[in-house]
Write a protein that binds this ligand. Structure first.
Ligand SMILES: [Zn+2]
Length: 216
């Protein structure tokens, strides 16, 4: 449920017993909603599957035209990554946090925009932010960072923070995010495409530098 501090801050989680995928639903989506869904698929590729990332790079024309065989592959592969993460998480607690890649900054941007940014748009900028921090802290090379920015742009999703959002305001929303455990921000970073890790040890100055870099 939503609280004044932001979306999805309160709630209970249940594991589904099965997931049914209605692919014909994809034909009814607006361009904007399709792009929003693709933002989450790009996220799955970055945290879990370098081949899926390449597939998104190489098949973008057909994907944008919603070619059924490509959509089926995208949805199936994304669900597989999520299922694998959730299943492994039952043994290794906390692994599912990697599903929040791009969401720490993304949720803050969504809230700071007064929800003028859609979830997928905010998460897209958030993923660029997480990749930017990863590069700044010497985990991720420049070429991989640029590939992530290019892929997100390619699907007509934003990579820059829109004008009018103050850094302090964004930092404030990040602090109220439910993932800010014990006053520390748990960012999901990447060592390369397909290799995520969670760290609470990011100097706030680095986050500020990244936000300022993305303000264009
Ligand atoms: Zn999301």
């Amino acid at each position: 449920m939503d609280l004044p501090e932001g979306k999805n801050l309160l709630g209970t989680f249940y594991q589904p017993r099965a997931v049914y995928i209605g692919l014909s639903f994809l034909k009814t989506l607006s361009e904007k909603d399709l792009a929003n869904g693709l933002a989450e698929i790009i996220k799955y590729s970055i945290i879990g599957d370098h081949n899926l990332f390449e597939f998104l790079e190489q098949e973008s024309d057909g994907i944008k035209k919603r070619k059924p065989s490509l959509m089926e592959s995208l949805v199936g592969r994304s669900c597989k990554i999520k299922a694998d993460v959730v299943e492994m998480d039952e043994k290794e607690l906390g692994l599912r946090r990697i599903l929040n890649f791009g969401h720490t900054l993304g949720h803050a941007l969504e809230a700071a925009s007064g929800y003028g940014l859609s979830h997928g748009e905010a998460v897209s900028i958030g993923m660029v932010g997480a990749a930017n921090i990863s590069h700044r802290l010497d985990y991720l090379d420049m070429a991989s960072y640029q590939r992530i920015v290019d892929l997100i742009k390619h699907y007509h999703l934003p990579t820059k923070i829109p004008a009018g959002m103050e850094t302090a305001q964004i930092m404030g929303f990040m602090a109220t995010d439910k993932k800010a455990v014990g006053g520390q921000l748990h960012f999901v970073l990447i060592k390369k495409i397909g290799a995520p890790f969670v760290t609470p040890e990011i100097p706030p100055g680095v986050v500020v530098e990244t936000i300022e870099a993305l303000q264009g």
